[in-house]
Ligand binder design. Structure first.
Ligand SMILES: CC(C)(COP(=O)(O)OP(=O)(O)OC[C@H]1O[C@@H](n2cnc3c(N)ncnc32)[C@H](O)[C@@H]1OP(=O)(O)O)[C@@H](O)C(=O)NCCC(=O)NCCS
Length: 155
């Protein structure tokens, strides 16, 4: 597990963008660069046999989607936000994402932030079942329904 610096970005981009829609690769590169560089956020990379096989990003504050309709809103405005998590297909189901979620949690606690939130289209149940996130409600982003989930840490 690496907390990336800008020097790690080019290799991460090459290894991880392999199967990505070419329309989105420049957005992905821009995201990796920003998360590796800025002090309010982090880019985590998992390396295996000299290849980068997975990544996750986190930021200390991110605005909630305007269409978010919370059923139970904790003060997640002050929570860190996990903004990306992906494991290359052939390395899935081996615990790699669990390492990255643990890195999110560690980073959040190290920054004295009380909790973590994520927004996801399909993986809401997965965050609840495997990582004890709580479903807060839904947001509609450009016609796509997404779930907002959070996890609070003890002070
Ligand atoms: C979702 C994703 C990150 C999981 O990565 P992974 O490395 O396979 O996850 P792990 O191996 O750490 O799995 C953790 C647990 O979730 C389970 N799990 C993994 N993928 C699952 C899936 N698609 N559906 C249900 N359960 C799943 C595992 O069995 C494991 O449970 P266990 O400990 O009881 O065996 C990966 O499939 C992925 O990159 N998907 C595409 C992008 C995505 O959906 N990102 C996350 C949401 S925004």
């Amino acid at each position: 597990m690496i907390e990336a610096t800008p020097a790690d970005v080019q290799k991460a981009f090459q290894d991880l963008s392999r199967d990505m829609n070419p329309e989105f690769v420049h957005i992905f590169l821009d995201k990796l660069e920003r998360y590796a560089k800025k002090p309010d956020r982090a880019l985590f990379l998992v390396e295996y046999q000299e290849s980068i096989i997975a990544f996750a990003t986190i930021i200390d504050k991110s605005p909630l989607p305007e269409t978010f309709t919370p059923q139970a809103l904790h003060d997640i405005n002050y929570y860190a936000c996990g903004t990306g998590l992906m494991v290359l297909e052939e390395y899935r189901r081996q615990g790699v994402a669990s390492l990255l979620v643990a890195a999110w949690e560690r980073w959040t606690k190290e920054h004295n932030i009380q909790g973590l939130w994520v927004i996801t289209r399909k993986m809401g149940n997965w965050y609840q079942t495997n990582f004890h996130f709580e479903l807060l409600g839904n947001a509609n982003l450009k016609g796509v329904k997404k779930s907002v989930l959070s996890k609070t840490f003890q002070p």
